[in-house]
Design a protein around this ligand. Structure first.
Ligand code: PLP
Length: 419
C-alpha cells in the first residue's frame, strides 16, 4: 500500500475515496458485497503475474507448481462445499461462465428456454443485444400475472413446443426460490440440459439458507462475488459426464490465460463460505431481506410476488408517485445505492421502470440485523418522497444523506487502512 501511495498518489487517492464511499453509504445493490481483507490480499499478490493456460498438472507454461496448488484447492473446496462432481474455477466472470455453457451444449441458432429479461432473467439468458440472443434462439418464459412467480405450466408447454437444447433456470431480479425438481422433470421429458444460473444465490446455497440446485442440474454457473462474497469472477459446477465438455468450453474455446490471483482468492472465499459463521451470515441475509420487504411494503412499496426467499426484493414504487429511475437517482443523492428495476408486465418503459431492486448481502456483511431493516426502509422512503407533494418525511436529500452516514458510522464496510 505504501508503494502505491508513493508511486501513484492519484490512484491511491481514488482507492481511498472508494473505500470511504462504501463506508459512508447504504450499499443495497443486490449483486454487490464486501469481500474480506484476506480475499483482497490475495487479489493484490504476485499470483497475478503467472500465465497458466491449461489445467493443474497439464499447463502450457512452466513454473506453475504453486498456482496449480491454488487452483486444486479452489476446485476441491468448491466440490466439497456444494457436493459437486466437477468444478471449473477459471471463468473470468459470470457472463464468461455462461458463454462456456452455451459453447459446451448448444449449436448456433439452437432454441434455449429461459426466464424473460423483463421478468427477472439475465442479459446472458437470450437478450438480443447479448451473444446469447444473437447466436441462439431465445424462447422466453414468464412469471404468472397473479402470483408474479414462475409459471411452470408455461415452462412445460414451451419446452414441449420448442424442444430447446438447454433450459435455463436462474435470474438476476427474481426473489423467490425456484422449483428445481419441476425444471428437472421438464428437462428429462424433452432430453434437454438443465442449467441453473445461480449467480446471485450461490452464497445462500453455500450457507444452507436456501435449497441447492446442484443435485438437480446438469450444470450450475455462478459468480463468486455476489452472495458468495469472494473476488469478482465465475465458476461452473457440473456432473462428471459433462466435465470434459465444460473444461474445453472454458479453455481453449472461450478463454486463454486464467487469472491465478483471482482463482486463489476464490479458494479463500470458498474456505470462508464453509464456516459456521458464513452459515449464520447467509441465514441473516435472508432474514434481513424478508424484514426489509415487509418494511418497504409498509411504506407503500409493494414487493413483487409478495415477498422474498432470498437476498433481494423487487418493489413497485409507483404508488409513491414516482418511478424506479427517479427513486434510484434520489436515493443515490442520499448515499443509498440501489437499482431501478422493471416489474413483471411493467406498464412503464425499461429506462424508467416501475420498480426498484434492493439486496441485503452487503449490509449483512457489515453487521446490520433484522431490527435495522425498518430504519433502512424509512431512509429509502424518505429519499424517494423527499420534497414531493404529500411527502411523509419533510426533509431534504442532504439531510437524509446525513442520517444515512450517522446510521452506518459504527459499522464500516472496511475498517482496515489502505483498501
Ligand atoms: N448471471 C446472472 C443471473 C447474473 O445476475 C449476473 C450478473 O449480474 C451474471 C450472470 C453475470 O455476471 P458477471 O457480471 O460477473 O459477468
Amino acid at each position: 500500500w505504501s508503494a502505491l501511495e508513493e508511486i501513484d498518489p492519484e490512484i491511491a487517492g481514488i482507492v481511498l475515496s472508494e473505500r470511504d464511499r462504501l463506508n459512508g453509504g447504504l450499499q443495497l445493490i443486490a449483486s454487490e458485497n464486501f469481500t474480506s481483507p484476506a480475499v483482497l490480499a490475495v487479489l493484490g499478490s504476485t499470483l497475478s503475474n503467472k500465465y497458466a493456460e491449461g489445467y493443474p498438472g497439464n499447463r502450457f507454461y512452466q513454473g506453475c507448481e504453486f498456482v496449480d496448488a491454488a487452483e486444486r484447492l479452489a476446485v476441491d473446496r468448491a466440490k466439497e462445499l456444494f457436493g459437486a462432481n466437477h468444478v471449473n474455477v477459471q471463468p473470468h466472470s459470470g457472463a464468461s461462465a455462461n458463454l462456456a455453457v452455451y459453447a459446451a451444449f448448444a449449436q448456433p441458432d439452437d432454441p434455449v428456454l429461459a426466464l424473460s429479461l423483463p421478468h427477472g432473467g439475465h442479459l446472458t439468458h437470450g437478450a438480443r443485444i447479448n451473444f446469447s440472443g444473437a447466436w441462439f434462439t431465445a424462447v422466453p418464459y414468464s412469471v404468472n400475472r397473479d402470483t408474479e412467480m414462475i409459471d411452470y405450466d408455461e415452462v412445460r408447454e414451451l419446452a414441449r413446443l420448442h424442444q430447446p437444447r438447454i433450459i435455463v433456470c436462474g435470474a438476476t431480479s427474481y426473489s423467490r426460490e425456484m422449483d428445481y425438481a419441476i425444471f428437472r422433470e421438464i428437462a428429462d421429458e424433452i432430453d434437454a440440459i438443465l442449467w441453473v444460473d445461480a449467480a446471485h444465490i450461490m452464497g445462500l446455497v453455500a450457507g444452507q439458507a436456501i435449497p441447492s440446485p446442484v443435485p438437480y442440474a446438469d450444470v450450475v454457473t455462478t459468480t463468486t462475488h455476489k452472495t458468495l462474497r469472494g473476488p469478482r469472477g465465475g465458476m461452473i459446477l457440473c456432473r462428471t459426464e459433462h466435465a470434459a465438455a465444460i473444461d474445453r468450453a472454458v479453455f481453449p474455446f472461450s478463454q486463454s490465460g486464467p487469472m491465478m490471483h483471482t482463482i486463489a482468492a476464490k479458494a479463500v472465499a470458498l474456505q470462508e463460505a464453509a464456516t459456521p459463521d458464513f452459515r449464520t451470515y447467509a441465514h441473516s441475509v435472508v432474514e434481513n431481506a424478508r424484514a426489509l420487504s415487509t418494511a418497504l411494503e409498509g411504506h407503500g412499496m409493494r414487493p413483487i410476488s409478495g415477498g422474498t426467499d432470498t437476498h433481494l426484493v423487487v418493489c413497485d414504487v409507483s404508488a409513491l408517485g414516482t418511478d424506479g429511475a427517479d427513486a434510484e437517482t434520489r436515493c443515490a443523492q442520499a448515499n443509498i445505492l440501489l437499482n431501478k428495476n422493471a416489474i413483471p408486465f411493467d406498464p412503464l418503459p425499461p429506462r424508467t421502470p416501475s420498480g426498484i431492486r434492493v439486496g441485503t448481502a452487503a449490509l449483512t456483511t457489515q453487521g446490520f440485523g433484522r431490527d435495522d431493516m425498518s430504519v433502512v426502509a424509512d431512509l429509502i422512503a424518505a429519499a424517494v418522497t423527499a420534497g414531493k407533494p404529500g411527502e411523509r418525511v419533510d426533509v431534504s436529500l442532504a439531510e437524509i444523506a446525513r442520517q444515512v452516514s450517522e446510521f452506518v458510522a459504527d459499522k464500516p464496510a472496511y475498517a482496515v487502512e489502505g483498501i
